[in-house]
Write a new protein. Sequence first.
Length: 357
Amino acid sequence: MTAKNNEISGPSRPGLCGLQSRTLALKAARTSCRVSVAMCLLLAVPSAQRLEGQEATAAVRPTLLLVTNHDDNTVSIFDATSAPKSVRTVAVDTAPGGLCVSPDGNRAYVLSKTRNSLSVIDLMTLEASPPVAPSGLEGPQACVVGPDNQHINVLTASALVIVAANTNRVIQRLPLDEGLAKVALAPDGRQLYVSNDRTGDVYVVDVASGTLSATIRAGFSSRNMAFTPDGQALLVANTLQDTLSVVDLKTNQVVTTIGVGTAPQTIGVASDGALAFVVARGTHHLNIVAIDGKDTRKSFRSIDLLQRPIGMAMTDRNIYVIHDAGELSVVRVRTLETFEYLTVKTGRGPAAIAIRR
């Protein structure tokens, strides 16, 4: 019998040298296996990290500012992730005015009051589709997109018109009084609020049914509106009365009226609900109002905007104001200072501003 057979089937145990050789071979195999697995893991981690980084990069999108330029028939688009930087000027229909962005941030809608039309800008490609003029859309001046991103609520001088986003067709028309000015969507997405410049009323429209559910008497010449973050109060700018009305939305009653400079225009509210900012066109000021539940008090500070302001939009960090002269200026929310060096050019005749977060 050979040594190989004796090693396998004989009664004697293998010698010390053979045992050591087999043990070393086994350890080497195990070590090689562990090294291979470790190397695979080490190679896989950077790939996973790169993939995760790519997904994160793809998910992060810039903050965009959009400004309609009435006299240029364009929309200026700025990247406002840091200091505002012009990234695109998009041609739209004649004399663009009203502007709104869908809640999902994918589209912007631009209104032409003179052409009764609607232009759609894809905010991923920054390209505009050809304008459409839905039958029944006459004199569109303001808009807000519904919470489902499928319905564009367009305000004319005397009606709230609902346009289907997928077909660009009018699907409902709710007649209201003459003198309609602005439309705003409540934070919970359940109600639309429509201001009337002539009567001072604010109409409450149920989104689900598209019907009028209440009328609020705000103040003389009610125009722009904003909500507190908790959805408990509505702030209404009364342009010819030079005041700001604070409405308790549980009772639909005005709880206080505050003087905010001459010809208040747009309103913004800080994300923590502590301060409200009101652009006063007549005095070229940004007025600041402290808001603390029912303890709202008069505006306590004004920031000189140097040029005649038209409107504003804001993030947690900055307030962006458009001016008659075709400029966009920036005010820091934290320091309440205007940064002149951040002033950038828009087009001619800026009319409206909106933000895509």
